[in-house]
Every structure is written in C-alpha cells, then in structure tokens.
Design a protein around this ligand. Structure first.
Ligand code: ZN
Ligand code: ZN
Length: 411
C-alpha cells in the first residue's frame, strides 16, 4: 500500500530530480483538481528548493469534456492571445514545468474527434514557436503520475474499487522507484547511469539502420539519420541543469531518417489517442511513409492520427526498451503512454527530438529537414516490442550486429 510518506518522497523526487528546481526559478505545475493534496506537497518542496514562485494550472477532465461537448468547433478553434502571452511570460522567466497525470484513460472516447483535432491543431499552431522550450530541453520539465480511482477501474475492471486503487498505486510507485525505505534520488542516479551506458554503446556502433522482427509479424527496417545520437536517462539544459523529463523512463531513443523506414510493424499494445483506445493495429511503411494500415478497433481514430498533418505519417522516434524492464515485468497495461511506452520498444509518428542529432538543438527547422529529420506538430508513441523481439543493427558497410535477442539487449 502507498503510504503518505511515499507520496511525500515522490513529491521531493519530482522537485529535486525530475525538474531539479534551481534557486529563483519559476515553477509551473499542471495537475488535476483531484490531486490537490499531492500538489500541495510538490509546491512546498519547490519553495524549499528556492523556487521564485510556483503557479499551478489546475485542470478537470470532466469540465474539459463538457467544453468539447457543448462548444462549437469555431469556438474550440479560438485560442486567445493571453494563452500565448502567459506561456511566453513563463518561459522568458526561465520556468520549469511539472505535470502530474492521473486521468481516466479513454475518458474522451465519446467526444467528436473532429472537434478535438481542431482544438489541438489551433493550440499547437498558436504556440508553435514556444514548443521548442520543452522539445529542445531549453528549460527543465518532467511528467509523472499518481493513482486515481477512475484510472484504477480501467486498469483493473474486475477488482473492487479499493483493491484496484491500491494495486495501481503500488505499481506506479514501484516503477517510479519510490518505496517506503529507499533513497529514490540515489536509485534514480544509478538508473540514469545504466541507461547512459547503453546509449553510449549504440552510439559507438553508429548503425545505418535497425532491423526489427517479432512473432506478431513485424519485419521492419528503420534507417537512422547520419550523426544521430542515442539518448537515455536525463537531459541537460543549455545552462547545464540535469533533469529527468519522464518518471519512469526505461528507453534509449534515437532519430529515424524520415525516408528510411520500410516494411510492416504490428503494435503490441493498444494506443490511447484523443481519448480513444486503438487496438490491434499495424502500419506498412514505404520509404518512410505509412502507405497502408489497419486496426481491430477505432480505425477512424488511427486515420485521424495519420492524417493530422504533413509529417504525421513519418517516424520521429525509435526507442529500445528491454522486455525485462520493471514496467514490462509488472505485466500491467496502464493505458497511459508515460508508463506503457516504457514497457516495450516503441516508435513515434511525428515530430523528432532535435537532441537525437549532433548539433540538432541549434538547428533551424530547415536545417533539421536537410539532415533527413521529420517534422510535425504532434508526436505519438506506439508500442511494438515483444518478448520474442529480435533486433539487428546494420552498419554502413553491411556488417550485421545483434542488438536484441528475445526482447533484451545482448550487450
Ligand atoms: Zn520514447
Ligand atoms: Zn516518444
């Protein structure tokens, strides 16, 4: 069972290791009103760490949902200037961002997808030039979760409420490396070290492409951009502040060459997109582009994802996660990308991370595109790793090096 003390340790972890709050730095927290008690702990730790001010941007998913149901599509497309100005003010002040997730997966399932898409597009377009702040790690940010009853009931539909809540809580805290008697910050430092080690090995190999195969039918070649960088563990801002953007994180990730992916990939876990849960889906790629696809459920939501914009049919990320990772071993499907993407190898359609190419964080959009990077306003991860997944790395001279056998690193 998750004790009060563990919530306290998690709050401290988010502040000191997650965003690593600096003296006189503004802290912005995005959270749901249902998590007010936990957020209060985070705020206190942030002030104790020297935050200049802490501002909480409260949300309530039921109220957001009513917004989508009752407002017209025209209204949903109106993004006021103050929305942009507020964010600009925070970023100009050097703020860091903490997001606490606890929402019910699939909550928006019965909302008109076209309305959600229109709103998402309008918001992204309005703040387009502010998005590099977190995408390029110019300022620190972190995302973590805490359990809610609504979420627990989706993950464990057959258990009584209290038991479901406790079980989800236990799982979340275990994979976030917070227990009654550990030192979470020390454990995270060690974990980061291991991830960085794996990334270093892959960087030394400098593969031209990777070949993935699995019993689900995946047979996929993913080309990597030249001068790519495999990254894992925490990130460092230009000011030299080290932080962990995802808690948990188990991945080592890289940048695919926009036109370099060929073959078929079968997803190994459902994908939650715009509040819909897409199941049993697959994509066929030709020269980087999704040219055919299918889904067992919610194929329309998948079409909306693919047709979002110019770059949403091309890959922006390839990530390796061992089958033996704690999240994978828990066997739990969280229906939340933060957890599920760290349970299995995954790919993302859409925007790449500039940190995955040498000098990328200083490049313009055009320069990144010239290096073969994709571009899109969205970034959607989906899982395709399995227990039996094999991965070979292929060097420019044709040398083949085993990277994964039966779901895990061979080195
Ligand atoms: Zn990833
Ligand atoms: Zn991703």
């Amino acid at each position: 069972m998750v004790s009060e003390k563990m919530y306290d340790k998690l709050a401290e972890l988010l502040v000191k290791k997650g965003v690593n709050v600096q003296k006189d730095q503004p802290v912005i927290i995005n959270a749901s009103v249902r998590d007010a008690d936990f957020v209060e702990k985070v705020v206190r730790y942030a002030y104790e760490a020297g935050a200049k001010y802490v501002s909480v941007e409260w949300g309530d998913s039921k109220i957001s949902k009513m917004g989508f149901q009752y407002q017209s599509i025209e209204t949903l497309k109106e993004v006021p200037q103050w929305f942009y100005d507020k964010r600009k003010y925070q970023q100009d002040g050097g703020a860091c961002y903490i997001s606490v997730e606890s929402g019910k997966p699939g909550e928006m399932a019965d909302v008109d997808g076209e309305k959600m898409r229109a709103n998402r597009m309008a918001v992204y377009s309005k703040i387009a030039d502010l998005m590099s702040y977190t995408m390029n790690n110019e300022g620190q940010w972190t995302i973590a979760g805490i359990p809610s009853l609504e979420w627990a009931k989706v993950v464990f539909p057959d258990l009584p409420d209290e038991e479901a809540f406790e079980k989800l809580g236990d799982a979340i805290f275990a994979v976030t490396r917070v227990s009654e008697d550990n030192d979470p910050i020390a454990d995270w430092n060690e974990h980061d070290r291991v991830l960085i080690e794996h990334a270093k090995k892959l960087n030394e190999y400098d593969f031209e492409k990777l070949h993935f195969t699995s019993g689900l039918g995946t047979d996929l070649y993913v080309g990597l951009v030249k001068n790519h960088i495999w990254a894992g563990g925490g990130c460092t801002t230009p000011k030299g502040v080290y932080f962990d953007p995802n808690m948990p994180t188990e991945e080592i990730f890289c940048m695919p060459l926009k036109t370099g992916t060929n073959g078929i990939v079968h997803a190994s876990k459902p994908l939650s997109y715009n509040g819909k849960v897409i199941k049993d889906f697959w994509f066929r790629f030709e020269d980087g582009k999704v040219v055919d696809y299918g889904a067992g459920e919610e194929k329309e939501a998948l079409a909306a994802l693919l047709d979002f914009d110019e770059g949403s049919r091309y890959l922006g990320e390839v990530a390796l996660v061992p089958y033996d990772s704690p999240i994978s071993k828990s066997g739990i499907l969280f229906f939340n990308t933060l957890y599920d993407e760290n349970a299995a190898c995954h790919l993302a359609l859409g925007r790449p991370y500039p940190e995955n190419i040498k000098g990328g964080e200083e490049m313009s959009k055009e320069e990144l595109a010239a290096c073969g990077a994709n571009d899109s306003m969205q970034h959607e991860d989906f899982m395709f790793g399995t227990e039996d997944m094999d991965i070979d790395g292929i060097k420019a001279d044709g040398t083949v090096v085993p990277v994964f056998r039966k779901g895990n690193f061979v080195f």
